[in-house]
Design a protein around this ligand. Structure first.
Ligand code: FAD
Length: 401
């Protein structure tokens, strides 16, 4: 594919204002690329969509001189994750040893992160943000994608562009329109997200608790506890049938520290189920269209790496594309180069997630035998691996500035 610049359009149309789309738009806009970002929602507000910013994302923010502003937003820091079972407590990931200015995971509302980046991007006159804009068709000319049509409350419009980047998430419409089919894995679990009040004097810290076929990750947030309760895949319906009382009793057995506040859970609506999926495309591009973030690879929640990997895709895409978009010389080979840089780290982390799912999650949810943390977590060298993989991946993507 050789792309000649679209006559009246922007140079890059980014579809989807999640972490991948907002970061990519900002990185391109600050270098002068004419970029339009289309987001179907009217705001960036999301509940339980991942609020974890990993060291690599914080390093990028630092490079953009946004880290300090970000850290002024109320947040909590997670520097070590311990797995507690009746048998023993082992360290699952210790970020304190990482060589970085940010040896921790920053827990910050995703909406605040995206707001800050979008505000930064809006300082550039060559950046256009269209909220409430739902992309619905690819504009195809001679087999090359030349942008998208999108719907707003004002009707149908089009965004013509030299390159379109699909950052439209796990249910990517553009992926379907391009005829790309991901390879799917079968994670053994689903996750229930909910909140409980945080009281003065609570001493729990970030915990990964396993007991009698039950498992939960407990995250310390500014003013509440965020819980991820793991269940066997497809088990939510059965859990609901047993009733909320039963669920509260199970929780009290797993996390007795919260027994005094489980009556806060009065309605299943307070509990957000996540149908855990994992998949990846074998081809991330067609002429004129690149897919990154969840649109290219849906991540299991193990390690909370979805945002991190979406942001790193955006960094590599910006590294390869910025100059070429500016002078209208993007080719298929450049899109393939982005996939080449990112596909391997994605494959490795997904393999790591599969191991954790099988050796820890599946074993922990099996109530027929006592859970024992896998032996490899106790080997000093291997013990460092989860923190490094979760924080940076196998290769550390850095923005070429
Ligand atoms: C319940 C839940 C909990 C999670 N927890 C974590 C966590 O703790 N840590 C973590 O790192 N990850 C977590 N994730 C995963 C993480 O949210 C994703 O991996 C990450 O957001 C991917 O970023 P993205 O930009 O690729 O896609 P998304 O964040 O999904 O963004 C896609 C955007 O595209 C927009 N869009 C979709 N279709 C269109 C269209 N046709 N036109 C215009 N806009 C469109 C959507 O509105 C959305 O804003 C969680 C996910 C879920 C569902």
């Amino acid at each position: 594919m050789s792309q000649t610049p679209a006559k009246n359009g922007c140079q890059c149309c980014v579809v989807g204002g999640g972490p991948a789309g907002v970061v990519l738009s900002l990185l391109l806009a600050r270098k002068g690329v004419r970029v339009t970002l289309l987001e179907s929602h009217q705001d960036f507000d999301r509940d339980f969509r991942g609020d974890t910013l990993h060291p690599s994302t914080m390093e990028l923010m630092d490079q953009l001189r946004l880290a300090d502003a970000l850290l002024e937003i109320p947040h909590t820091k997670l520097d070590v994750v311990r797995m507690q079972s009746p048998a023993e407590t082992v360290t699952f990931a210790d970020f304190r040893r990482l060589k970085t200015r940010f040896p921790f995971i920053t827990l910050i509302p995703q909406t605040k992160f995206l707001d800050l980046l979008a505000e930064e991007a809006e300082k550039y006159p060559n950046f256009t943000l269209k909220m409430g804009a739902l992309a619905d068709e690819l504009i195809q000319e001679e087999g090359i994608c030349r942008g998208v049509t999108f719907r707003t409350s004002h009707g149908e419009e089009e965004c013509r562009a030299d390159l379109t980047v699909a950052c439209d998430g796990r249910f990517s419409k553009l992926r379907k329109l391009a005829g790309l089919e991901p390879i799917k894995a079968s994670p053994p679990m689903d996750v229930l997200w909910f909140r409980l009040t945080r009281k003065p004097g609570d001493k729990l810290g970030v915990t990964f608790r396993v007991k009698s076929g039950q498992m939960a990750v407990i995250l310390e947030r500014e003013d509440h506890w965020q819980l991820a309760y793991l269940i066997l895949k497809g088990g939510f319906h059965e859990l609901r049938e047993h009733g909320l009382d039963h669920f509260r009793q199970d929780l009290a057995a797993l996390v007795p520290e919260f027994a005094d506040r489980l009556d806060e859970l009065t309605d299943w609506k307070q509990i957000t189920p996540l149908n855990v999926e994992a998949s990846r495309l074998t081809q991330w591009h067609v002429p004129g269209l690149l897919l990154i973030g969840d649109a290219a690879h849906v991540m299991s929640p193990v390690g909370g790496v979805g945002i991190n990997y979406a942001v790193q895709d955006a960094v590599e895409a910006a590294n390869v594309l910025t100059e070429r978009l500016l002078n209208g010389t993007v080719t298929d080979e450049h899109l393939a180069a982005i996939q080449k840089r990112r596909a391997f780290p994605v494959k490795v982390i997904q393999r790591f997630q599969e191991v954790v799912q099988q050796r820890i999650v599946k074993a922990g949810l099996d109530d027929s035998r006592p859970f024992r943390p896998p032996w490899f977590l106790k080997l000093p060298l291997i013990r460092r691996l989860p923190a490094h993989l979760i924080a940076f991946g196998v290769s550390r993507s850095r923005l070429i500035d």
